[in-house]
Design a binder for this molecule. Structure first.
Ligand SMILES: [Zn+2]
Length: 300
């Protein structure tokens, strides 16, 4: 069984920061997000600075996965549980986590529909092979997957290939909504619903996990006191906090996702620009959609 720690969160919750910080522990192996959409391999860069297709580390991952007779295409490696063709099967694979009746139906359908069954099997095997390669090359004990998506987390849990621990990353929903509007161009209502739905799905999955394998992490705490917060997360993961370098410049990294460059742990700044940027109308929409939920997470 692979020891897997998964960062589950909506986008713009600070998962890249958390990934870089946790990567400073030698027992943690990570590439950030292990699934990505189609990328332009001509320009896309790994966090080490090299183009992804020139990065020696990523070329080794690709070689090790392909050695097992599995496909690994940099443009779109089959690490996501998707068909990418908008068919019923594809929609079923990526549908939100729902209650037990829906999940039982989904499980049966995915095992019956031939294309789905094949893709689920490929994704299962490629994820496992890639994670084993990353753990081997980085000499890690725990694989950290910062893919965020709760549906992917559910599929990974269902394979039975992993001892899963979940870091549920929280950030004030108004801040997440503000970033989503700015960066994705979504309207306030859709952005607020996205935030609320993603957290509800994570909570639903958390209820299925074994005791002691789920922990909430606050983006704001991480920014205000990264060393203390990281020490506590390392202890939760069963790792010796004393072994962490807690420096983001001295530790080699090959992290995909948000291209973040942080010189030192002292450079971490809490981003609360939403307090000035979010207009009243958007604030009211958030309150009506997700205000109660946000307060339940302690944000007032
Ligand atoms: Zn690299």
């Amino acid at each position: 069984m692979i020891e897997l720690t998964y960062i589950a969160a909506p986008s713009y919750s600070g998962s890249t920061l958390l990934t870089f910080l946790l990567n400073s522990h030698p027992d943690i192996a990570t590439v950030g997000e292990l699934k990505w959409g189609t990328i332009d391999t001509g320009t896309y860069r790994c966090s080490c600075g090299d183009r992804l297709i020139d990065c020696a580390f990523w070329l080794s991952i690709k070689a090790r996965v392909e050695q097992k007779g599995l496909p690994f295409d940099f443009e779109r490696p089959p690490t996501d549980f998707r068909l990418h063709n908008k068919s019923i099967g594809d929609r079923l694979m990526r549908a939100r986590n729902r209650g037990t009746t829906f999940e039982a139906m989904r499980k049966t359908a995915l095992s019956i529909l031939p294309k789905c069954r094949k893709r689920m099997e490929t994704a299962r095997n490629v994820n496992k092979a890639a994670m084993e390669a990353i753990l081997f090359l980085q000499k890690g004990r725990i694989l950290l997957d910062a893919s965020k998506d709760p549906v992917r987390l559910m599929h990974l849990i269902n394979t039975g290939d992993y001892n899963v621990r979940v870091l549920h990353l929280l950030r004030d929903g108004r801040g997440v909504m503000n970033s989503t509007i700015k960066k994705k161009g979504l309207d306030a209502e859709t952005a607020a619903h996205d935030w609320a739905h993603t957290h509800r799905q994570i909570e639903r999955l958390a209820a299925r996990l074994h005791d002691g394998t789920y922990r909430q992490v606050r983006y704001e705490d991480l920014c205000r006191n990264a060393p203390i917060e990281c020490e506590s997360i390392f202890a939760f993961l069963g790792l010796d906090p004393g072994k962490a370098a807690l420096s983001m410049e001295d530790v080699p990294h090959h992290i995909l996702g948000n291209a973040m460059r942080l010189g030192s742990i002292n450079a971490i700044k809490l981003d609360e620009s939403w307090r000035n940027e979010l207009d009243d109308r958007s604030g009211r929409i958030f309150e009506s959609v997700a205000g109660v939920q946000n307060r339940r997470y302690g944000y007032v």
